[in-house]
Every structure is written in structure tokens, then in C-alpha cells.
Design a protein. Sequence first.
Length: 161
Amino acid sequence: MTGSGTESAVEWLASVAPDPDACQWEWERNPLGIALLPAGRRWDVLILSADLGYPTLDVLTRLVDRTGPVLADFGDARMGFFVPPGTVARWLGTGVRGVGDGTWIVVPYPGHAGRGVRWLVPPDGSGTLTDPALLEMAMHEAAAALAGRGEGWGTGRDELE
């Protein structure tokens, strides 16, 4: 992502920060290219183990032209799917950690190719988010496919706390 796409993604993400200019300054000066942003304003994040998250992302990309932003954490143990604000308060599934109102998340600069937390699907600046019902359906399909291959996703990597 280059040019105005990155700029609009940066503006969209930084708009939730208490001080958007300070957020951009942090991105520019932090060697990892990350900033801490509050969830629950423009988006919540549902965090899945990578064992389930990658197959879920595969299902989603077959269903829609563009998913919402998706993060991978340090070490690729977990993935975060950006969903509409308020989703975490209504989410009933187990094995999924929710980052919503009153919580913060580490967010890399869009287009930053460093190590650590990184974008698997970067934001495009338009505000596109993953529909929670579609995400849940994709999770079920991915889990069923894993179970059918005898690759259960409960390998210890899904411990979220």
C-alpha cells in the first residue's frame, strides 16, 4: 500500500487516538513502527489463535472481495480481525478474545514491513470492517475443515490470557 491509500489508512487509524498527531509521531519514531490505540471507537478486534485464524481468513477471502483489516501478533500465535464497534460486548463464542471499548491494542503503521505485529490485511482507509456474522460463519467452516483433517485447533496456542 503506497501513496494516498497509506495516508488515508493512517488517518483512519490515528483518528481514534487521544492525540492523532502524537500517534503518527510514535509510528514514525518507534523502531517497530507500532502505536497503542484504543479499541471500541471505530472498531473492535476479535483475536483468534493462528491455528484457527489463518483458515478462517482463507474462508473469508473466498466469500468477500475485501475483508476488514487483520493483524498477526509477534510470533504469529494470534490474529486480530477488525469488526464493528460493540461486537465484543455481544460476542458469545468461546476461544476468542475481544478487544473493545475501554481496551487498547498495538497497531503497526500501515505499510510497515517490519517484524513483530504486522498487517495481514492492511486497512484501506475506507473504514471497511469484517462483518461479525460472516466471521463467525467462516470460523465454523474453518474449524469443521480442520476437524475433518484431524487437525484440531486446540494445540495450546489458542490460550489467550
